[in-house]
Design a protein around this ligand. Structure first.
Ligand code: GUN
Length: 291
């Protein structure tokens, strides 16, 4: 079993980005500027956004955090988005999800200027991704592709099973693994809550990507020997013994599953840090496109 070490790989990527930023600075160019909008005070969302802002500092980007109250109306958020769209200093921005129920998420994501949509959630960018056109690939799927690439994990001709069809991870991942090229050229099965006999499907998989948010869902009996397992789950499970009162738990029963795998991502330290590194990469790309 070999660990796909997202912590180390994301640090390598951040070092590469920092070197690019240092070159920009030395040439007197503007450095990339990422803005993040958060509505409300969900603990997990605040933690993620905080990590994104800190990562900007680490690589030399400028960053702006826009914190709006939980009672923010859809119109107020749309106004803020318009401001960010037309602010020439901002190269890219994200709206942290989920949003409070009074706000229509789809409407909000469609209001983001596609050239600044570093999350890759706008339908124009999602469509381009599906058509193999140059675009912003959503950060979590992009991070998984990058891990597979850097560790030289073979995907061509393999059977990839994706568990979960979210717009942020499962759906795009299923498209990307089946596209022409590397990583890609996989035969993909996308499974979800209505899938019957899931064990029959996962036990035939060469590569399993779980993005369910159900702690320890994937058990050793559900996979074949030498499978590659990518765990996107990051659920906070209450634990009295933990310092913060919870432990971050993946979708995979790591202790038992890892004994059977060829490669596996840990939680934490797997896909999570890769997501942040790839958001930075998309922001660098956004700056380069605007140059
Ligand atoms: N919420 C959970 N994951 C993400 C993400 O990748 N981007 C944004 N904007 N919100 C999220």
């Amino acid at each position: 079993m070999k660990l796909l070490d997202g912590k180390k790989t994301s640090n390598d990527i951040k070092d590469e980005i920092a070197a690019e930023v240092a070159k920009m600075k030395a040439n007197g160019e503007k450095v990339p500027h990422l803005a993040a909008v958060i509505v409300g005070n969900d603990g997990a969302s605040l933690t993620y956004v905080g990590s994104k802002v800190r990562a900007c500092e680490r690589v030399g980007f400028e960053s702006t955090l826009v914190q709006l109250p939980n009672t923010t109306s859809e119109v107020e958020l749309l106004d803020k988005i318009e401001e960010l769209n037309s602010n020439d200093d901002i190269d890219g921005f994200i709206i942290q999800l989920p949003l409070p129920p009074q706000i229509d998420t789809q409407k909000v994501l469609m209001a983001v200027d596609p050239s600044k949509d570093v999350d890759g959630f706008h339908p124009e960018n999602f469509g381009k991704m599906a058509l193999d056109m140059s675009t912003f690939i959503p950060a979590t799927p992009f991070g998984i592709l990058e891990l597979l690439d850097r560790y030289g994990v073979e995907t061509q001709g393999k059977h990839t099973v994706v568990i979960g069809r979210s717009h942020i991870v499962g759906r795009p991942m299923s498209i990307l693994m089946g596209r022409k090229g590397f990583p890609g050229n996989s035969t993909v099965t996308l499974t979800h809550s209505h899938t019957k006999n899931i064990t029959q499907i996962t036990s035939q998989a060469d590569i399993i990507i779980t993005a369910l948010g159900r702690p320890k869902f994937l058990k050793a009996e559900m996979i074949k020997d030498d499978a590659v397992v990518i765990d996107v789950g990051i659920t906070r499970v209450p634990d009295e013994n933990a310092k913060r009162g919870y432990v971050i738990t993946g979708d995979v029963d790591f202790e038992n599953v890892s004994k059977k795998t060829s490669y596996i991502t840990p939680v934490p330290g797997g896909v999570g840090p890769m997501t942040i590194a790839m958001l930075l990469k998309n922001t660098l790309l956004a700056r380069e496109r605007r140059r």
